[in-house]
Design a protein around this ligand. Structure first.
Ligand SMILES: Nc1ncnc2c1ncn2[C@@H]1O[C@H](COP(=O)(O)OP(=O)(O)O)[C@@H](O)[C@H]1O
Ligand SMILES: [Mg+2]
Length: 382
């Protein structure tokens, strides 16, 4: 026993650490079932978590190839021996499962035949059975012995904690889906509402010129179609969780340049893009590139929508370590610390959240009458 306590402790601590490492429930369960198989010296091991309605919510196996698992068809229902372990608090051992009346004498197609069997229920903190270990085909012996059982019972006690915690963790992940919704709201605000704003402006311009200057109106309408198409493309990318197609294809500098040109045209503003010599375009993950683009985009749109500026300058600088985007306007300015700006307007909040998520530095300098500078600095790596 003493020599085997070591691997047992290791298996148990691996499983507990897996939970601490915030692995997914499935990863934790897989570690547990692998550990059980090794500890008991079994050819096959399984770990089942019931769904409470007569089936298994999860059923993980060890010792079988993926191919074999796939060939056996759908997850087992909780019947026969599998069910028994979920209804009795004690472990069960037999050298030949075929002799037990609860074994109904059949396997699904492709299921390897199994004789020796050790089943150990996993009891949760409140005394209910939350799962079971199933071990079959003891290596090098006719059956499992009392020592095997003791080891698996020890593992089961820890598995109970691991499973309960992993479940709690999964629930907390569900909460973070809420923040994912939040992120979507920001993206929608940043991308779609700005684009649609430009669509509206262009449509207005076309409408006002259609009688007096149909040729110009035609050009506006053409532009309108382009803008609507871009909005559609961006929306699609957003829904699919992809990077905006332009950014993927053209990189940050080129995408910003196109954006600047588009905004200048639709808003009739003087906007310049200045790229610092030696600016290094690459080196960053898509997520960072996207954050830089979105923040620049929001700052640029704010400058043309709110600032009444004569000039707007977008600056791009950076080395292989960090990059910086700065948007400066000479407009009316505002008080960036005013609390009411955060409650109803998503733009400033969005910039701040994106910067914070990536440990970037966002600085908004503005005061009424003195224009505005928004500056974001982001390391290229963590
Ligand atoms: N560059 C700017 N110049 C002047 N005012 C600005 C500028 N940027 C933002 N603001 C002010 O801050 C407010 C909040 O901006 P934002 O959060 O982006 O929301 P939104 O653009 O949807 O109004 C704006 O409504 C505007 O009053
Ligand atoms: Mg805004």
């Amino acid at each position: 026993m003493a020599q085997r306590l070591n691997p047992a402790l290791k298996a148990v601590s691996d499983a507990v650490l897996a939970v601490a490492a915030n692995l997914s429930v499935d990863e934790v369960l897989q570690k547990l079932v692998d550990a059980a198989r090794e500890l008991a010296g079994a050819r096959y091991a399984a770990l089942g978590i019931p769904d409470g309605t007569g089936g298994f919510r999860r059923f993980l196996v060890a010792g079988m190839s993926d191919q074999l698992v796939a060939s056996m068809g759908p997850l087992p229902r909780t019947h026969g021996m599998l069910a028994a372990m979920l209804h009795q608090a004690d472990a069960y051992r037999t050298d030949d499962i075929h002799d037990d009346p609860r074994f109904r004498g059949w396997w699904p197609r492709q299921h390897p035949d199994m004789r020796s069997f050790l089943g150990v229920p996993i009891t949760g903190p409140d005394g209910t059975i939350i799962g079971a270990f199933y071990l079959t085909e003891k290596d090098g012996a006719d059956g499992f012995d009392a020592e095997d059982q003791e080891l698996i019972e020890l593992l089961a006690a820890h598995a109970a904690i691991a499973i309960t915690n992993a479940r709690l963790y999964e629930q907390s992940r569900e909460l973070s889906i809420l923040s994912e919704r939040n992120r979507l709201a920001l993206e929608l605000h940043d991308v779609v509402s700005q684009k649609l704003f430009s669509v509206t402006l262009t449509a207005e311009a076309a409408a006002s010129q259609i009688d007096t200057d149909p040729e110009t109106a035609r050009v506006q309408l053409h532009r309108l179609r382009g803008l609507a198409g871009e909005a559609l493309e961006e929306l699609r990318a957003l829904i699919l969780g992809l990077r905006p197609p332009d950014l993927e294809r053209d990189g940050l500098e080129h995408t910003l340049r196109k954006e600047v040109e588009m905004v200048a045209r639709t808003h009739g503003a003087d906007i310049r893009l200045e790229v610092e010599p030696g600016f290094q375009p690459g080196g960053a993950g898509g997520e960072r590139e996207l954050a830089l683009l979105r923040i620049a985009h929001e700052a640029l749109h704010n400058a043309v929508r709110h600032a009444h500026a004569d000039h707007v300058i977008v600056r791009l600088a950076g080395s292989d370590r960090a990059r910086m985007v700065e948007v400066t306007d000479d407009g009316i300015g505002f008080d960036p610390d005013a609390a009411e700006l955060r409650s109803r307007h998503l733009g400033l909040t969005s910039m701040e959240e994106r910067a914070r998520e990536l440990q970037g530095r966002l600085k908004i300098r503005s005061s009424p009458g003195h224009g505005t500078t928004v500056r974001i600095e982001l390391a290229n790596h963590d």
